[in-house]
Design a protein around this ligand. Sequence first.
Ligand code: ARG
Length: 564
Amino acid sequence: MFDIRKKLEAAGETILREKFGESTTIHFDVSMDEGRGDLTTSAALQVAKKLGKSPRDIATTLADAFGKLPGVLSTEVAGAGFVNVTVAPAELTKGFSAVRTACLPSKKRKEQPVIVEYSQPNIAKPLGVHHILSTIIGQSLANMYRHLGYETISINHIGDWGTQFGKLAVAHATWGTKPIENHTIDDLLELYVRFHTEAEKNALLEDEGRAAFKKLEDGDKELRVFWSAVVKITMGSMEKMYERLHVTFDHTQGESFYEDKMAPILEEGKKKGVFKLGEEGAFIAEFPEETKMPPAIALKGDGSTIYLTRDLAAANYRINTWHPQAILYVVDVAQQLYFKQLFAVLGQLGWELPTLEHVIFGRMRFADKAMSTRKGNILRLEEVLDEAVKRADLLIAERGEKIQTDDPKGLAEMMGVGSVVYGVLSQNRKMDMVFDWDKMLTFEGNSAPYVQYTHARARSVLRKAGSLVSVSDIQELTAKERTLIKLILMFGETVESARADHLPHKLTNYLYELCQAFNSFYNSDEILTAPDETRNFRLSLTKLTADVLKTGAELLTLQVPDRM
Ligand code: ARG
């Protein structure tokens, strides 16, 4: 979108080569500080030492040459040897059509698909607040991939198989008071919790649970019916949450999906010597000493399968079905060792593998003591979202006249849910997240309401303006216009870099800066009352801002209102 950037970089490289005999690549940054040009490079500083020349002399040579390029308004040497370039208005506005294109889904790439696996809750429990991390990070990555033209397959690998079912079956048989299909998700949770409390006193229960799962795996009819009922209840309660969060999956393929796909892989692994007989009849995979990884169990001594067995089958199935170029597993950092082991075993099996990445995220911490010291087992996502909506409601009421909406309920939902989502995505996923109501639900700062409000403000200007007129070339730009334009032009590359690094917070940070730039433009440059030519130009900036905000927000699953 900054076509001139590439031209400047190429020109700079030519000069360094021809005048100084130095072949190197040079790079321009977009500078956001007013009075420091639009694009800036430290190339002269980088080569000066090697060339034994003064950086300012090299910078001056570069600046003089850049000044002669078409589209450059002026250049200056700054500080120890930076070159700042100010770009002509027409050169900047040339990039607008590319921004409009970047707001639409890109043309499909002729590449292998990318699989993004996320959310993956364990069944028989309601979604907890921590589930929002994988769910939302994964969904926004999938959205970005799709938007950028990658064929994208999103999968919910729910934990619907394994010992926890055996435990639940034992709990229901022992303390259940009604048929399983009459249970709500809370009833299931209660049974599950009861099992764990009682198991602390009675160790035999754990064995019974394991045995029940073994029986289920061996095909016991009654247990199968029980299992289906539990899956149905849990899925029903999850669907509601996904809808609220604007989360969708192409496939919900839980661990049970691989039930009949594990045996051949276990056979293959045994034949290839990847799975060796370990203690008590279990089969294990071992890793070279330097990896310092403990062995991983592939099949338990009693012949029942395990988490890893199902992941091996899942990878195999995905590779054979879709031939993906990459599989991303958006999963808690706590499973880091596990995924290293999984990827290592996949390597040992000798299959041709796509790029495998464990997209980690940190833990969630609560600024609100009541949330972190909460009694009982689980802080439910639904409760947290409801609380957020309640707080949004209050915030709207507080603002009174300043907020205009014909759908206060819908707006509160959008703001409340959006605040939680944005609160998560605005933090670097690699660090622990801090869940802080005060930071999330505010009209100031890096928050959903701020982005939503700014979007609504821009739309409101556009509504008042009526139809838009296209603008002929603008001759001069105010400082605020210039900053806003630069940010608008950076939309495409920001989405690309957030996708490439799998870091949604790069996009939230960008949206925040864009909002700030728009608001300071709005506060200092009159739009609707400006003379025709200027008015039309400023309206086109307003329209671009609104479109970029909406597109960017929706990639992050954040909804933005047209009015508020
Ligand atoms: N259900 C698992 C859990 O809650 C996460 C699954 C992660 N995905 C995977 N392919 N293992 O811990």
